[in-house]
Design a binder for this molecule. Structure first.
Ligand code: ADP
Ligand code: MG
Length: 471
């Protein structure tokens, strides 16, 4: 909103009861509080030339000298401003920032911003901006341990954050649960804010996107919803597999997505499976997901699991014996979140007991984790055996080149199960099925998914194999 001198004057007249002397006092009081809460430097930069425009019906107005001050204050300091103003003016519930035309600093946003923004954001302001963008400040590149399982994904994320990955749009990060997808996504957002504080970064889960969309329709605020997401510079959407089966949300997402890509704005997505394996999702959306770069996170190897545990103990400033760390890394393989959870339990116990814990003690302390982990260790070999047995085939048929449908289809089922029950990549699965390529595995998964819809008894049969494997 832009306001000429006259409009400000009208506002002051409407606000006669308080008078400008009172307003000056009020502004001084607000300024003092603000300066304390956001820091003197930041206060001087953004509020140094601001003044109080008056209050009307519980709404206050702050007048600033340029559009950039308006945008910056609105995105960064509104809660603090409202708090301070609420103490000076009882009953105040809203603040509007307006730009006066009688401004000495009235250049375009970029003219004013450029010189200011060459400086990177200091840590505390970065934390604030990150939180406002929906980012968890503790998910950074610094505290992400890179291993062979994540090297490529990590490099792609860093490139996107540094704007080196021009063709990486969208960046699609996929992989099993608890392997660091969300962590890397937050790290991208934070790094972008650090390097380019003027960027409008928004992080949200796909579930939140869908819920907000439904809510916006209900309230008749769809335009506002669209403006918010389509005007972002960087949109980070977590767990897009959640869109499966939600047609209207998919449609909205598709358009948001196109608007952003057309404007060369960065989109980053995560999913617990490759785009082509998300069921009940429109093909045009899948092909959009696939038009940038897809990277996969795999479960970390033992060395990386140990490195992660060491990093976490250092971060949390707890000391856990090396033998215990090795034991945890050995026992918990498939999920970093669970590895972290196990370490929390051990560290909490150690600090409560006031002593270091032995491996024996840990074994007892974590028996549920360890049992569950063991039951999750479904292997490709196990799957091949179980499928061969169910379909009365030889194990060798699982890897042979023989093509009769009575052999080829069970083999495809085994590939499908390997994809859904193990953490092996498409390439590894292909290799385990007689050196087939990953395209063959994708084809097998699609074929089985299609047959599941058509053959009535098939689902039950596959579920029985799954149960047998998990036992
Ligand atoms: P996902 O989104 O893939 O389910 P998250 O990103 O939420 O997984 O990661 C789960 C937990 O594990 C988080 O606390 C995260 O910080 C931690 N984590 C995962 N991978 C790593 C890693 N390579 N280095 C450090 N911490 C990690
Ligand atoms: Mg996640």
């Amino acid at each position: 909103m832009k306001l000429g001198k006259n409009v400000v004057a009208v506002k002051e007249t409407q606000d006669e009861a308080r008078g400008s002397v009172h307003d000056e006092d009020a502004w001084k009081q607000i300024s003092d509080m603000l300066s304390k809460s956001i820091g003197g430097d930041a206060f001087q930069r953004w509020f140094g030339a601001a003044s109080w425009g008056g209050t009307l019906n519980g709404q206050g107005t702050v007048i600033v000298p340029g559009e950039i001050h308006q945008v910056w204050i609105e995105t960064n300091y509104l809660p603090e401003l409202l708090l301070a103003a609420g103490q000076a003016h009882e009953g105040l519930h809203k603040i509007t920032i307006v730009v006066t035309e009688a401004s000495p600093v009235n250049g375009s946003a970029s003219e004013v911003l450029e010189p200011m923004l060459r400086k990177e954001l200091p840590g505390d302001l970065l934390d604030k901006r990150a939180t406002a963008a929906g980012l968890n400040p503790s998910f950074t590149f610094d505290n992400f341990v890179v291993g062979g399982n994540s090297q490529f994904a990590h490099a792609a994320c860093e490139a996107v954050a540094a704007k080196r990955g021009v063709g990486y749009n969208p960046l699609f990060i996929h992989g099993g649960c608890g392997l660091g997808k969300t962590h890397l996504m937050h790290a991208i957002g934070r790094e972008i804010l650090r390097r380019r504080p003027d960027c409008r970064v928004i992080y949200l889960t796909c579930e939140k996107f869908t819920n907000e969309f439904i809510e916006a329709i209900r309230k008749g605020e769809i335009e506002k919803f669209r403006r918010r997401y389509r005007s972002s510079d960087v949109l980070l959407i977590d767990d897009v597999q959640f869109l499966a089966g939600k047609e209207r949300s998919q449609e909205e997402f598709f358009h948001t997505f196109n608007t952003l890509l057309d404007g060369r704005n960065q989109v980053v997505l995560t999913s617990d499976r490759p785009a082509c394996e998300i069921k009940s999702i429109e093909p045009r959306l899948i092909s959009r997901f696939e038009c940038g770069l897809a990277v996969e996170l795999q479960p970390p190897q033992i060395e990386t699991r140990i490195a992660i545990l060491r990093k976490k103990t250092a971060e949390w400033k707890v000391s856990v014996e090396e033998s215990v760390l090795l034991f945890l890394a050995e026992k918990i393989r498939s999920n970093v979140r669970r590895l972290e959870g196990a370490l929390v339990r051990v560290a909490t116990f150690a600090s409560l007991a006031g002593e270091s814990v032995s491996v024996q003690k840990v074994e007892h302390l974590l028996r549920d984790f360890i049992q569950e982990e063991a039951s999750r260790q479904v292997t490709i070999d196990g799957i091949q055996r179980a499928v061969a047995e169910t379909f009365d085939l030889r194990l060798a048929d699982m890897i042979s080149r023989r093509r009769p449908a009575s052999i080829a289809f069970p083999r495809q089922i085994a590939m499908y199960l390997s994809r859904s029950l193990t953490h092996n990549s498409l390439v590894e699965i292909g290799e385990n099925f007689g050196g087939r390529d990953h395209g063959t595995v994708i084809h097998a998964c699609k074929k089985v998914a299609a047959e599941l819809e058509m053959q009535p008894g098939l689902r039950e049969r596959i579920e029985r194999i799954e149960q047998q494997l998990r036992r």
